[in-house]
Design a protein around this ligand. Structure first.
Ligand SMILES: [Mg+2]
Length: 176
């Protein structure tokens, strides 16, 4: 169980992702979590910097989709203007929505990454399907993790182990 909670990569911010590390591993498709990963949970639109960052990934040849547990209203209102395909009410960590995302992108598990802020939905779900999993610090920050995970022992263990590996530094870290 524990190994299924551990990501392949850790990034301290979206902007620290090193796309070439993904390309080196043959990863050309990314399934993004929405809330607290690319947009704050309580915000109705993307920050311009995030939009530019996503467009940069598209320009590098990545294909991206959003896989979110949130409602069709919220997911479509954000994904629509970006012109990025999206799966809503995903019920992550169930596999079905990830599989749908892979199909939409005409991708395969071995060339697809999941990028999200939650260990028990994004990382567990991605690892169960054999996808490359990327854990990002939530947009609300490390303090948010620290408080929201107080009673969630396994997640705290994962984050502690990552902090030992990264020595608490910012950046993009391959963990496996
Ligand atoms: Mg999230």
């Amino acid at each position: 169980m524990y190994s299924l909670l551990y990501p392949d990569m850790f990034i301290s911010s979206l902007f620290h992702l090193e796309p070439e590390l993904l390309l080196q591993r043959g990863i050309k498709n990314i399934l993004f979590d929405l809330d607290n990963t690319i947009v704050p949970r309580d915000k109705p639109k993307f920050e311009q910097a995030v939009e530019e960052w996503l467009n940069n990934l598209l320009n590098l040849g990545f294909r991206v989709a959003i896989v979110s547990n949130n409602s069709p209203q919220r997911v479509n209102s954000l994904a629509g203007p970006l012109n990025v395909p999206a799966v809503n009410r995903a019920i992550k960590p169930m596999k079905k929505a990830f599989k749908t995302g892979i199909t939409i992108l005409n991708a395969a598990p071995e060339n697809t990454a999941v990028l999200g802020d939650q260990i028990f939905t994004d990382i567990l779900g991605g690892n169960r399907l054999g996808l490359f999993t990327i854990l990002v610090v939530p947009l609300e920050g490390k303090e948010f993790w620290a408080t929201s995970l107080l009673n969630r022992r396994l997640e705290r263990l994962v984050i502690k182990k990552i902090e030992r590996r990264t020595a608490g530094k910012s950046g993009c870290f391959l963990l496996k």
